[in-house]
Write a protein of this length. Structure first.
Length: 332
């Protein structure tokens, strides 16, 4: 245990100290991560510049305080921009959009045609869609938190995160570590949980970007598992790959996700299950957690039951199984 502990960064201390990190800390950036972000920025700007003549669309907002038609810019305006026309409260509460009554849509994803728009928060009558996006976002954030928590010597590699299944009781992220005997301590689990809370405190916008396969390959050329997954993903999506970014952390997911890390409330990373050895010295692990959206509270006993349930190995498809069959892995 002593040997594996050396691979872990120091604990971040009491969660009451997290507020000092609000809006100032950034994810650590390696040379490859910096290049990935530069390519993301360049493609984002290229797509914006390619829009050309701005066309107007009508967005029919359905909801409180009243239904209203907004005239917005096609391929530029987002659901968040629509919320800005309504009130500050709509901007703060809306985690996800619903287009034409059936299509979940990221808050910061440009609208592509005239449509109806509903803004979803966690108090809507049927929260299934927004809860699923929240669970997916938690897995995405967990990947970022794990990268912050481990020292470089740990040889951490993010593999993927299965599609969200709220009934499973946990969100997950599958990783590979350069040790085959990691048995995380409670302190290590608390440290990863603290990284999740830090990300939430920073209120990082979650950005979505579709790219072609060649660019995706260039962006993830240094990451073995991502590179192996890309052809199958692109084949099932007309040679396109959907990326998400928070801070400087970029990963592959079809989405949608909630609009910001600030929607993460109480959160606990509860378990890391070894799945299989990988080569002579590495191993697959499934890291699992449980969380509540901002503004939701449970008493200590009730939340403890959720934590206990989340410790059980999540039965989602394993990373060691053929990727082309994993319809609920990074494609989710």
């Amino acid at each position: 245990m002593a040997a594996t502990t050396k691979l872990f960064r120091k604990s971040l201390g009491a969660l009451t100290q997290i507020q000092q990190y609000r809006s100032i800390a950034k994810l650590p950036t390696s040379a490859s991560s910096a290049q990935r972000n530069e390519l993301f920025n360049l493609e984002q700007r290229r797509q914006q510049d390619a829009i050309g003549r701005v066309e107007k669309i009508e967005v029919r907002y359905l909801g409180l305080p009243e239904d209203v038609t907004l005239v917005m810019n096609n391929n530029i305006s987002t659901p968040y921009n629509c919320a800005q026309h309504l009130s500050e409260g709509h901007c703060k509460r809306s985690a996800l959009a619903l287009i034409d009554g059936s299509v979940p849509w990221d808050m910061h994803r440009p609208l592509q045609e005239s449509c109806t728009l509903q803004l979803l928060n966690f108090n809507v009558s049927d929260p299934h869609i927004v809860n699923k996006a929240f669970w997916r976002t938690c897995s995405f954030m967990l990947g970022a938190a794990l990268q912050r928590a481990f020292k470089q010597e740990a040889n951490l590699q993010l593999h993927s995160f299965p599609g969200p299944n709220i009934k499973s009781g946990s969100f997950v992220h599958d990783i590979v570590l350069g040790v085959q005997n990691w048995e995380p301590t409670k302190a290590e689990m608390r440290a990863i949980s603290a990284e999740m809370v830090k990300l939430a405190a920073q209120d990082l916008r979650i950005e979505r970007l579709e790219v072609d396969l060649d660019l995706a390959k260039e962006m993830f050329s240094d990451l073995r598992f991502k590179s192996e997954q890309l052809p199958s993903i692109a084949q099932q999506h007309q040679s396109r790959v959907t990326l998400y970014r928070l801070g400087e952390h970029i990963d592959i997911s079809r989405g949608p996700m909630v609009g910001s890390t600030r929607f993460l409330g109480k959160c606990t990373v509860v378990a890391a299950h070894k799945l299989a050895n990988e080569g002579a010295s590495n191993a697959f692990y499934r890291v699992q957690g449980v969380a509540l959206p901002t503004g939701f509270a449970l008493n200590h006993f009730a939340y403890g039951l959720l934590e206990q349930r989340a410790q059980k190995l999540n039965s989602a498809r394993l990373p060691t199984e053929p990727f082309e069959e994993q319809r609920q892995m990074q494609l989710s």
